[in-house]
Design a protein around this ligand. Sequence first.
Ligand SMILES: O=C(O)CCC(=O)C(=O)O
Ligand SMILES: [Fe+2]
Length: 335
Amino acid sequence: MSRSSAGVEDRIVARTVDLAEIPIIDFTPFRHGGEAGKKAVAEAIARACTDIGFFYLKGHEVPERILSDAFAQSARFYHLPEDERQKAAATLKWYRGWIPMPYRGGALDRDSRLFEQYRIQADFSDRPDPDPVFHRPNRWPEDMPEFRAACEAHYDAMLALSRDLLRAFAIGLGLPEDRFDGYFDLPICQLSLLHYIPIPEGSDVEVSNTVSHTDEGPLTILAQDDVGGLEVKRLDGSWIAAPPVPGAYTINIGDMMMWWSNGRFLSNYHRVRNKAGVERFSIPFFLNPDADTVVAPLPELVERDGGEARYEPVHVGTHLKRFYARLEKQAGDFL
Ligand SMILES: O=C(O)CCC(=O)C(=O)O
Ligand SMILES: [Fe+2]
């Protein structure tokens, strides 16, 4: 998460559902509709990324079973007693596995962070010269082989879908379809199993489960359960609900796609407020490029913009390590 804002607009309560502003896009023609279908889908995605930075994707062809297994295993893990969860806890040196909720009771405020997470990344530990932070094995809970299988299947499905979406972004930006492919040989993506407690009734309006933030990487594919609570900021500063749409992933652009596109696509602010009175589960997949990639506005787009690059180049590994360090601080004494 980045660019947390403590602005007054965070206090404003979200309007009810407005699906018209976050379009539902059917991906089927991208894969099966010939060149015209591909172009139409890519243009619809580009429009959504320009207008609000979010869209729903149906027709993605990810088997329903992959999703239901991941949610079932997530619930199973989070319903284990704390000392069992603790056995798979992330540490400062091994930043994968369970990260407890920082909030341990007492008064709630806007920074309380009312969620726990389980972080899974790719395992590149068998590569020559692995990076000690990004190319590690995962941590897995004891005696839960189905948990590992479900997470790995979901991770693989999300990475495959991301590769197609990157092609749609490229076409939507008027670039060759394979423009982004070279940045994703050993991509350091992350799958997070998130578990949100409900915000206690009567809490101050400032209290949310996650603060307003943008995502770091180029793209996030989010699976939500049916509870709702995700909110997205409109360009005028007001908030709208982005409830789950059955059968669709909620997808958003992160900072790196905004930078690559030289600002054509918007990495938009969002937050979670679970006011439903019941626990909420979600599973975001954060696509990231290879650790040694430098993300900068693409030269061909800069040229179209009269030579003005709107963002500085950013080294992915350095940038994400900084982000990990911030997370460590948030997780505080519990790691
Ligand atoms: O759980 C959600 O709905 C969104 C989570 C999110 O925004 C994040 O983890 O970056
Ligand atoms: Fe996010």
